[in-house]
Design a protein around this ligand. Structure first.
Ligand SMILES: Cc1cc2nc3c(=O)[nH]c(=O)nc-3n(C[C@H](O)[C@H](O)[C@H](O)COP(=O)(O)OP(=O)(O)OC[C@H]3O[C@@H](n4cnc5c(N)ncnc54)[C@H](O)[C@@H]3O)c2cc1C
Ligand SMILES: NC(=O)c1ccc[n+]([C@@H]2O[C@H](COP(=O)([O-])OP(=O)(O)OC[C@H]3O[C@@H](n4cnc5c(N)ncnc54)[C@H](OP(=O)(O)O)[C@@H]3O)[C@@H](O)[C@H]2O)c1
Length: 457
């Protein structure tokens, strides 16, 4: 076989370590750079990289069995919805078990990745060194760059209280006896509203849109482990789950929260065992969206005014950013970066993305499956469909997603866990046949090392 292309993996969070482990298994040469001094990314609470959005009390909301990699189960005696400390331990155990810790270069950021005219990537590191690679695997995460309300609410610049983003929320310290407005209806807003309400004088939960609240358990099983058959049309499964949640949990409107303008599955799931109870106890007070700030008061969209507000916590989500790429080449304005099956860039044939998606389900097994896909592509064992088919597939998938989901910057890369894996396996088989027919040609030639050798000669 010809020499395989060399790969630079950016990041050693749960996606990057899966990428490193899988490329090592497929004997694809790679370097993996991690800006932090440890693995785990978001799950390393207080991560020295300053990028983790984990708070002290964070627990996973996708169940342990959904989250584990295919060949490395979490211990069966761990809780279904573990604390972040166990999740970080799991990632550390994973890299040690598969012997890939030595393959990661820690405390080293990729500052810039620029694609030369020959297609080879010039990767500039925080150490001052520049290295050349045939391919780049992006695993830098997409839940670390806070998205503040756009545009800011009127009066935000003169509001007397504190405004913060959920990214910077650590614990309830400093919230004792305060009046707090939490904005959003995603999982950050639920966790933070519930938690701060235990110590505040008053907690208000403001939202511009309602959300169905899905409990962690249904029928005594983690709700993300309800049986799924990807062969049954999604719309039927969705209607079934919607009816289930409506009947078992009830409409959020019954608790005074906004009525959702969609059915279950048309928005990223909001999972909480506690929020409805805190609302029912009057400890979290529902409000519509913030309309404006006036001195220390917050005026809401229904005209009601809350005076003497101390803190506003914006749980308004995150931006997808790649600080190391030239924006003209690769960027995600409004979180939108169209990719073939969330992995392959339609124009740049030697860049690949891990976990640049929002699954209904956990991300780790998807990153692992994507890494196998990339490895087989780089080894010539999988061939993409013809470009026109790739384009058509992307457009079909995007149209389907945007039609299904509520319009929001949080719904630009949604996938359904089981369906995604099912389709990926099917596509791998098809692409395997195509590769065989073309004699397993390498789609990304190994040029980087050769050109370095030539320059040195
Ligand atoms: C509060 C919160 C809770 C969540 N809960 C769940 C959950 O229960 N289940 C679930 O499946 N998902 C959850 N998620 C989604 C989360 O994104 C994934 O769990 C997971 O962290 C994704 O892993 P990742 O490796 O893609 O990204 P990250 O965990 O963000 O890791 C990215 C890594 O890349 C490194 N990096 C970034 N830029 C560079 C660079 N330029 N050079 C070198 N290294 C770089 C970072 O230091 C980091 O280590 C949650 C997200 C948040 C914010
Ligand atoms: N326990 C856990 O495991 C846990 C905890 C926290 C987060 N997470 C995960 O982390 C990721 C990010 O979650 P997140 O909750 O931080 O963000 P998110 O899912 O993007 O939710 C953002 C929320 O803010 C609202 N919003 C955005 N801009 C707004 C504006 N200008 N005005 C009013 N409302 C606005 C959104 O409303 P619209 O829908 O109208 O856009 C949405 O309700 C998700 O994958 C989530 O599952 C997991």
């Amino acid at each position: 076989m010809s020499a395989l292309p060399t790969v630079c993996i950016i990041g050693a969070g749960s996606s990057g370590i899966a990428g490193a482990k899988v490329l090592a298994e497929h004997v694809v040469p790679f370097d993996c750079f991690e800006v932090s001094d440890e693995v785990g990314g978001n799950w390393a609470f207080g991560n020295a990289n300053g990028m983790s959005s984990a708070y002290r009390s964070l627990h996973i909301n996708t169940s342990r069995e959904r989250m584990e990699y295919s060949d490395f189960p979490m211990p069966k005696d761990w809780p279904d919805f573990c604390h972040h400390a166990l999740i970080k331990q799991y990632f550390n155990d994973y890299v040690d078990h598969f012997g890939i810790r030595d393959r990661i270069t820690f405390s080293t950021a990729v500052k810039r990745a620029a694609r030369g005219p020959d297609g080879v990537w010039e990767v500039a590191l925080s150490t001052g060194e520049t290295r050349r690679y045939d391919a780049v695997v992006v695993a830098n995460g997409h839940h670390w760059d806070p998205r503040w309300p756009e545009p800011a609410f009127p009066g935000a610049d003169t509001f007397a209280g504190r405004q913060m983003h959920s990214h910077d929320y650590v614990d309830t310290q400093g919230f004792e006896g305060k009046k707090v407005v939490v904005l959003g209806m995603g999982n950050s807003a639920m966790d933070i509203a519930v938690e701060v309400s235990l110590v505040t004088e008053r907690t208000l939960l403001a939202a511009r849109r309602g959300a169905w609240i899905i409990p962690n358990y249904l029928f005594g099983k983690p709700s993300d482990q309800l049986p799924v058959n990807p062969r049954i049309p999604f719309s039927l499964r969705q209607r079934w789950v919607h009816e289930l949640v409506k009947r078992v949990v009830g409409s959020p409107a019954a608790f005074g929260l906004p009525e959702p303008d969609h059915i279950v599955g048309q928005a990223h799931p909001t999972i909480s065992n506690y929020i409805l109870a805190r609302v029912a106890h009057g400890e979290v007070v529902p409000k519509p969206n913030i309309a404006a700030f006036e001195d220390s008061s917050v005026r809401f969209a229904d005209g009601s005014v809350e005076e003497d507000v101390d803190v506003v916590v914006y749980c308004t989500g995150y931006k997808v950013t790649f600080p190391f790429f030239d924006e003209d080449l690769i960027s995600a304005p409004d979180n939108d970066l169209p990719l073939y099956r969330r992995v392959f860039h339609p124009e740049v044939d030697n860049v690949f993305f891990l976990s640049l998606l929002q699954p209904l389900g956990a991300t780790m097994p998807l990153a692992e499956a994507q890494a196998h896909w990339v490895a087989r592509f780089l080894r010539g064992e999988y061939q993409l469909p013809p470009p026109a088919d790739v384009r058509a597939d992307m457009e079909r998938e995007r149209a389907r997603m945007f039609k299904r989901y509520v319009t929001s910057k949080r719904h630009t890369m949604q996938v359904d866990f089981d369906d995604y894996l099912f389709e990926l396996r099917r596509e791998l088989r098809r692409g395997g046949d195509r590769a065989r027919r073309s004699g397993f040609a390498l789609p990304v030639p190994a040029r980087a090392a050769a050109s370095v050798d030539a320059a040195a000669a």
